[in-house]
Design a protein around this ligand. Sequence first.
Ligand SMILES: [Zn+2]
Length: 272
Amino acid sequence: MKRWLAIAPLLWPALVIGLGDLYALTHYHLSCLIAPQWTVRSLGIVVLVAANLLLALSMAWQIGRTAAITRRLRRLDRLESVHRERLALPELDGVEIRVIPEDVPMLFTVGGWRSVIGVSRWMLDHLDPAELRAAFAHELAHVQHRDGFLMLLLRGLCPWGFGVKGLRSGLEGVAHALELRADAIAASRVADPLAVASALVKVGRASQSWRPAMAFADPSMRLKERVAALMDGAAPPQPPRFWEQPVWMAWGLLSLAAWLGFVGHLCVRGLV
Ligand SMILES: [Zn+2]
């Protein structure tokens, strides 16, 4: 399925709330917050305020969690240049890579617009050079396509799928599609799908059910399907499209502006 078709349904609840905000901004004028009269209209406002609060809290949670993980990573040592050279991925040059001094399998990309890659000592010690290169090529694909930013936006604007099963599985579907794309890009970049598959299997078998941001091979991430897709040898996906990220950015900023406008209106004039 086209990625746009998978993403659009996840955004409509936030769109409906944004439209509700615009309607409230243009139709309600007098304050009833101090002495509310409980009419159907004021109940509608309460629902709208609750929906806005939910979205604002969800965005704040996603941003705060990402910022906290990024901050913790940035306190760690950078990946030694000897390891960087062995990876032989020149596109990684400007990318920040930090080493987690833990003997557990961890490799993930975290961050909003500017991503950081975290890699554990276990990964550096247990993967052979071809597997390590393939695993980093996978993370590089997430960095270049800003997949973490897209998922942050989607999880923020569609918190836990609003408890709707279809939306929850839609979120998982988009995350899975991004993993498949990163696998395919990595396979094509290192010209070795087997290296990607073998890294996935090795890390997946040793992983625990802990998933920080975009983890490389969490067992819950449908590893069998990913390995099968690599073995099918599908055509490598398109490079990042320059217009996609500004569109997501504009969507996030517009939603934020609508909420702020609504909240500002509440503070200044109140609503009937
Ligand atoms: Zn990934």
